[in-house]
Design a protein around this ligand. Structure first.
Ligand code: 26W
Length: 855
């Protein structure tokens, strides 16, 4: 093969043939260069305003290639990002080197999603540079906030699960835990949502188009990932029966590294996201066949793998490309850890001393047969030896309770894409079912229920079962959820292996969602109890007495008022939405899903409206309130999209109707994302957490609201249960059926039509929709929704309607007493320090990982 470079001379005198890149990729430098100064790999720029300005201008000139006066805001943003990066760089290299050297056990968090949010603010905070940057930029005539506003957030996740991964890696870095996040560098993240005539329209998320200053591509560390083909048996030199996989095609996985800076602790961990590229071998084969066009198409085919994030957030579509994505990033990550961190001569029998792979839901579970394959086919392990290792290296977190959210891959598809893995899965299943039969002789029904392979409606691999069989530990994400996993979803597995099951209640990072998002409140907190709360959130408890201090309450109210003004300004500029002053801000932000029951919230709004226009109440009986929605619907989820349409139509009618005297407004800013959440949550008075009991695994928005001093109206579901226990019943608006009540009603037979007939207020609200008032007179526009409620109502909106309305009355009463309200708001904040993701990480360390922090 001829690889003459296009340019004869590079700077040095190296001849083309001497290039280390000539043929095969090189995993690292062939020789390990050393230098006496190696301990100071990169000089940290000076921590002073002058030093900062110098560095900033240097980046502007040399990397962006512009002078300050000629620079655009994007130039300035990128130069600033690079400047901040430089400050973190020495620490990053040091952290990386130490974690390879220290040989301590590490966590590899395997997640198909990371919903990171903007990076700049977090990096400034972690490096303690915010003030210096602000001052330095001011000297250059630049406002820091304007540059921060320039950043497009990497939206590489759908919702709760992806954001949780981002909070966790922040906590791991802050707590000095040796860890690495692995995932996919989607070229297009979660779609940008727009509204056209009130309907959701999706636009591609081109987050990379203005450049991406936070990532470091490492093409030299690429990993080849195989797909397709067949397997064959052979006898090796020792006369042993072995299997080899003869793949049909492959792609290159290129790692892109991202810094994950700990908060003020000088640690910078790594998030490694994989991007797919065509392999040269693959290209050349086709090029040599003379079919140039086909070769170029092959490239596109390979690059498709990391092209786009699947926007479904609970109903798997069973798409082949999605399985390709999953295998692609997991295989690359396992290979990467073994090669880059452990090194050539590591004895893989001891793998579990050095790593635990945490499976973020079932998406990375194909890693289980992959590790088996590596150990058996590539490393020559026997089955039992390989299983011994594999079954100690994975732990599984389940994030759902909805049966339709559990991933299942048809064996036809899995076998076509990963034939060797399917064989291994069958073999795991055979041995597993033998164990079940041993324990429960004669119980073939149980065997069928537990099998990794489902037979109906088609033969398929149940990924949650595979995960449960392989994992050392299985955890749910809130107490109630973990209990329901044990009692229902994975009951058979809990019967067999009760010791595998545990709970780790979710948490959120106080750095992003309190310190950054609510800097006014942070100031007040720090002024009152010192700054220790940022890394020790339970210390918010010390604020409990402040709830009874009128002066503190006044300051707390001022903070809320400030955050509302800030939101008002943002929504005016961002969406042309005008928030009225002096309203209660009632916020429901989360993915649009039937089980979350945005429909219940909009029925409440419609009911208030109906009561006024029909003269049952007068407008001045309504508590001035603005209801804010934020929600994306999966593009193929009809009912969810219809709900968005309904909310927008209700908004446009209600907001214009003079009879309401401006006392009830609905705002639905499009494209809810992390950036908007950071402005919305701190401004909220009331947090809506109204899922049907037993359906929301945990929720994490609920935690963010409580920590920012909003009161919750919520069901006994997910982490709401724990929030209510901590803040106390007097400071939480509970409503709705409990999970056992839901079960009982289901068992007895649920007839939503009866609730409609027997509840005049509910009937009036539904009838108003059917009158066509929200659809320009057309009575049928929302039939899909109304008939789904009337005849199915899978999530029992009608059954909980009455109780919800009653709880909203209590909200109004309390809100009328601003002192009582503020008191409760302060107590919500003071008592929810438990929901720091630092605490979650501590729980994972002790209950699951058996790991201690590095110091
Ligand atoms: C398309 C397949 C699929 C299936 C499930 C995609 C994504 C999922 C996730 C498990 C959905 C998800 O994000 N679950 C949420 O996870 C949060 C973090 O634990 C919880 O707080 C939420 O309650 C849960 O809905």
């Amino acid at each position: 093969m001829n690889t003459m470079p296009e340019f004869a001379h590079t700077n040095g005198a190296m001849h083309a043939d001497e290039s280390p890149q000539t043929d095969h990729r090189v995993l690292g430098p062939a020789n390990k260069p050393t230098h006496p100064m190696a301990l100071a790999p990169v000089a940290t720029p000076r921590h002073s305003v002058d030093g900062f300005v110098q560095e900033f201008l240097h980046e502007l000139n040399t990397t962006q290639g512009v002078t300050l006066s000629a620079s655009t805001i994007n130039d300035q943003y990128k130069a600033l990002a690079l400047t901040v990066r430089n400050y973190l760089m020495a620490r990053w290299l040091e952290t990386t080197r130490n974690s390879i050297k220290s040989k301590s056990k590490a966590v590899a968090y395997l997640s198909a999603e990371y919903l990171l949010g903007r990076q700049l603010g977090n990096a400034l905070l972690a490096a303690d540079l915010a003030d210096i940057a602000q001052e330095g930029l001011k000297q250059c005539g630049i406002e820091l906030w304007q540059l921060r506003a320039q950043e497009v957030e990497p939206g590489l996740g759908n919702g709760g699960l992806g954001r949780l991964a981002a909070c966790f890696i922040d906590s791991l870095a802050t707590m000095n835990v040796p860890s690495v996040g692995y995932g996919i560098r989607y070229e297009y993240g979660i779609f940008r949502q727009t509204f056209v005539d009130g309907r959701q329209v999706e636009q591609p998320d081109t987050w990379l188009s203005l450049g991406s200053p936070w990532e470091f591509p490492h093409p030299e560390a690429a990993v080849t990932i195989n797909f397709g083909g067949t397997t064959e048996k052979y006898t090796d030199e020792d006369g042993r029966e072995r299997t080899r996989w003869l793949p049909e095609w492959d792609v290159q996985a290129i790692p892109y590294n991202y810094m994950v800076p700990g908060y003020l602790n000088g640690r910078v961990n790594t998030l490694r996201l994989w991007s797919a590229e065509a392999t040269r071998a693959f290209d050349l084969q086709i090029f040599n066949s003379g079919d140039y066009a086909r070769a170029v198409r092959a490239q596109t085919f390979a690059e498709n793998i990391s092209k786009v994030l699947y926007p479904e957030d609970s109903t798997p579509q069973g798409k082949e490309l999605r399985l390709q994505q999953q295998y692609f990033f997991v295989a690359a990550s396992i290979r990467d850890f073994i090669n880059q961190v452990l090194g050539e001569d590591f004895d893989l029998h001891n793998l579990s001393d050095r790593i635990i792979f945490q499976l973020n839901d079932t998406h990375p579970v194909i890693g289980v047969p992959e590790l088996m394959r590596v150990l058996i086919d590539e490393e020559g392990f026997g089955w039992d030896e390989a299983w011994e290792v594999t079954s100690k290296c994975f732990a599984y977190t389940c994030h759902t309770l909805l049966p339709e959210a559990l991933e299942v891959w048809p064996t036809e598809l899995l076998g076509r894409l990963l034939p060797r893995h399917l064989e291994i899965i069958y073999a795991i299943n055979d041995r597993f079912l033998e164990q079940v039969r041993d324990r429960f002789p004669g119980d073939e029904v149980r065997v069928g229920r537990m099998s990794i392979i489902a037979e109906y409606p088609e033969r398929a691999v149940r990924m949650a079962h595979l995960a449960s069989v392989a994992a050392t530990k299985i955890n749910g994400v809130a107490e109630l959820h973990s209990q329901l996993l044990r009692d229902k979803v994975l009951k058979d597995f809990a019967d067999l292996w009760p010791e595998k099951f545990t709970n780790v209640t979710n948490g959120v990072t106080p750095r992003r969602f309190l310190r950054m998002a609510n800097y006014k409140l942070s100031g007040l907190l720090t002024e009152t109890i010192g700054s220790g709360w940022v890394t020790d959130l339970e210390r918010l408890r010390e604020l409990e007495p402040c709830a009874d201090d009128p002066e503190f309450r006044e300051k707390f109210r001022e903070v809320k008022a400030f955050n509302k003004r800030r939101l008002t300004n943002l929504l005016r500029a961002r969406d042309g939405i005008d928030l009225p002053e002096g309203h209660m801000l009632d916020v429901m932000v989360k993915r649009l899903h039937e089980y979350k029951r945005q429909s219940l919230k909009i029925l409440h709004v419609i009911s208030l409206y109906e009561q006024v226009i029909s003269g049952k109440i007068s407008a001045d009986e309504i508590t001035p309130r603005t209801v804010v929605f934020g929600a994306k619907a999966a593009p193929g989820y009809r009912l969810a999209k219809d709900t968005i349409h309904l909310i927008n139509k209700v908004a446009s009618v209600v907001n214009e109707d003079k009879r309401l005297d401006g006392r009830l407004k609905v705002a639905f800013p499009a494209n809810y994302n992390v950036t908007l959440a950071e402005k919305l949550i701190p401004a909220a008075d009331l947090s809506e957490q109204i899922s049907l009991a037993g359906k929301e695994a945990s929720g994490t928005g609920n935690m963010k609201f409580a920590l920012n001093g909003a009161l919750t109206i919520g069901t006994d579901d997910g982490a709401n249960v724990e929030i209510r226990e901590l803040v106390g019943d007097d400071h939480f608006f509970l409503f709705g059926m409990t999970e056992p009540e839901v079960e009982a009603l289901q068992a007895k037979g649920y007839h939503p039509g009866e609730y409609y007939q027997n509840n005049p207020q509910l009937k009036a609200a539904v009838d108003l929709i059917q009158s066509g008032i929200f659809s320009g007179g057309d009575r049928g526009t929302f039939d899909s929704l109304t008939s789904s409620w009337l005849y199915h109502d899978r999530f029992m909106v009608f059954a909980d309607f009455d109780s919800y309305i009653a709880a909203q009355k209590k909200v109004e009463e309390k809100y009328a007493d601003q002192d009582a309200w503020t008191r409760s708001a302060i107590l919500n904040m003071a008592r929810t320090g438990y929901f720091s993701s630092d605490r979650s990480m501590r729980d994972y360390m002790t209950r699951i990982w058996n790991i201690t922090p590095d110091f």
